[in-house]
Design a protein around this ligand. Structure first.
Ligand SMILES: Cc1cc2nc3c(=O)[nH]c(=O)nc-3n(C[C@H](O)[C@H](O)[C@H](O)COP(=O)(O)OP(=O)(O)OC[C@H]3O[C@@H](n4cnc5c(N)ncnc54)[C@H](O)[C@@H]3O)c2cc1C
Length: 489
């Protein structure tokens, strides 16, 4: 077995390091010259890239959504569904999405492409921190998200368009500590009544025979897909809703959200002025779907008590064997620090060997773990080095050593100390501190590098809150929503 190029069992050190920084400030705006990602920069992949970036800016909207990643676009989609009904059918809701760069060019356009709801991993720490019911809801939200996304794709026959693959997900365990933790989480989840019938364990010999790696693994349901293409289709569905008048302005950074003049009187409906270099908009509701960048507009959300920009790095590298040998599964290993999957074979894959999307390597980086790094215009040389060595070490002979990747890029994740997102009305630094001065502003952000199976449902919850307020009703909390995600509970 080759030595692995990354440090192992460092999650506890990562969490301690996250708290150590003292010199953090608010996040900057997204940098304009980001690295080129496979998902965004493959020709034809981003038809909405510059949508609404020229001409006049929408001046007035019921809801301003800041950010066009999976959160912002999912929110628009849900609003189109939620506002169906006689009381809202007279006037469609005016929703505008404002995006600093090209459409969906943040984390969603630069990520690892996994849509993997957690099956049981980390069940014990979640139950210890928040109780068993909350741990069960945490898993339920992820299952709900994945099920709904797959349902939308299937209902609209988009499987080929978004390259949906139901390959399952295998967690590789590199150390005895990882095996022990995983087994204990499995037992605890089973004990709490989680259905684990779809989970299968493989020992070293089985993994060697089936996948060419000598590490044990555990397999659970999961998909991989082209996230930007899914979000593009979701935007089209939202735009086709008769209940919405939806506008999108890309290349339009929001530089401030402030109380509209004269709106000390909170009954005024267009309470917020949203400022951009192209002009300003008057809005009743503002949704911060800015994830890693949230503290730019909400500076009190900076630092370990808020949302920490954290840079992730990915390579697209060619395997040295076929998908049949590798399997169509997505994988992760080393407590989730590394994650990878083979893309479906396309005509352009002349060798017949798949392109593999591999992310990780933050454990080898300086500054430590790429925490508090918000610049996706550059890659880390430390991370580049270990990513090139990782797959040849884990799957000897299946990847050529020294082979250069076809693309390499970075993206900025939004980490929280707890790992959980903030969902709901914008709050201060504690749940008790919901300021009247933020009334009408909402947030769904801070998915800690694991947003694909969470953002769609968190956006659903926050859209329900906005819709309920708009229609003068009480919000009914969905059973699947962890109460500890909600900012004002
Ligand atoms: C390298 C990497 C790998 C990842 N791999 C996975 C994975 O495999 N599976 C998984 O589940 N998750 C993964 N994630 C995490 C996942 O991509 C995110 O959790 C998810 O995409 C967050 O979606 P979002 O819409 O909230 O944020 P984003 O997609 O980042 O969207 C926020 C948008 O807001 C815009 N914005 C910010 N500030 C402003 C402003 N002031 N004005 C206007 N616009 C603004 C940004 O430009 C951006 O487009 C990964 C992330 C990265 C970076």
């Amino acid at each position: 077995m080759s030595a692995l190029p990354v440090p192992l069992n460092v999650y506890a050190d990562h969490q301690a390091t996250l708290q150590l920084h003292t010199d953090y400030g608010p996040a900057p705006l997204p940098v304009p010259n980001s690295t080129r990602s496979f998902w965004i920069d493959t020709p034809g992949a981003n038809p909405l890239a510059s949508e609404g970036s020229e001409g006049s800016l929408t001046a007035d909207a019921d809801v301003c959504i800041i950010g066009s990643g999976i959160t912002g676009v999912s929110a628009a989609y849900h609003m189109g569904k939620l506002l169906k009904g006689p009381e809202t059918s007279v006037q469609p809701l005016k929703v505008v999405i404002l995006e600093a760069r090209d459409f969906c060019s943040g984390a969603t356009g630069r990520n690892g492409g996994h849509l993997t709801p957690i099956a049981f991993r980390d069940f014990r720490p979640a139950a210890t921190a928040h109780g068993t019911d909350e741990a069960l809801r945490w898993l339920a939200l992820e299952r709900h998200t994945a099920t709904e996304i797959v349902k939308i794709i299937q209902e609209h026959e988009l499987e080929q368009t978004v390259d949906l693959v139901e390959g399952g997900h295998i967690d590789l365990m590199f150390t005895p500590e990882e095996v022990a933790d995983m087994k204990a989480d499995y037992e605890a989840a089973k004990e709490a009544g989680v259905d684990l019938n779809n989970v299968r364990w493989f020992d070293e010999a089985e993994m060697k025979a089936q996948h060419g790696t000598a590490y044990p693994g555990v397999r659970a349901p999961g998909h991989n897909l082209w996230p930007l293409k899914f979000v593009t289709e979701l935007y089209k569905l939202a735009a086709s809703s008769p209940q919405l008048s939806l506008a999108l302005h890309t290349r339009t950074p929001v530089t401030a959200v402030s109380l509209a003049e004269g709106t000390e009187d909170s009954s005024l409906s267009r309470r917020w002025t949203v400022t951009t270099p192209r002009g300003s908009l008057a809005c009743s509701y503002v949704l911060h779907a800015t994830n890693a960048y949230a503290s730019h507009l909400l500076p009190h959300l900076r630092g370990p008590a808020g949302i920490i920009p954290t840079r992730g790095q990915i390579i697209a590298t060619r395997a040295n064997t076929t998908t049949e040998v590798l399997s169509r599964s997505s994988f992760s290993g080393n407590e989730g620090f590394e994650y990878w999957f083979p893309r479906p074979i396309k005509e352009s894959d002349v060798s017949g060997y798949p392109l593999v999307i591999l992310g990780g390597g933050r454990e080898a980086a300086t500054p430590a773990y790429e925490l508090y790094v918000a610049d996706d215009s550059a890659v880390s040389a430390d991370v580049s080095d270990v990513l090139r060595k990782f797959l040849p070490a884990v799957f000897p002979g299946k990847y050529e050593e020294g082979h250069e990747p076809e693309m390499e890029w970075t993206g900025i994740m939004g980490f929280t100390a707890s790992g959980d997102p903030f969902v709901g009305p914008v709050a201060g630094t504690s749940k008790e501190d919901i300021a009247e001065s933020f009334k009408g502003q909402y947030i769904s952000a801070g998915y800690t590098g694991h947003g694909m199976p969470r953002a769609f449902a968190c956006a659903e919850a926050v859209s329900q809150m906005i819709a309920a307020d708009f229609m003068g009703r009480d919000w009914v909390i969905p059973e699947w929503l962890p109460r500890h995600y909600v900012t004002d509970l």
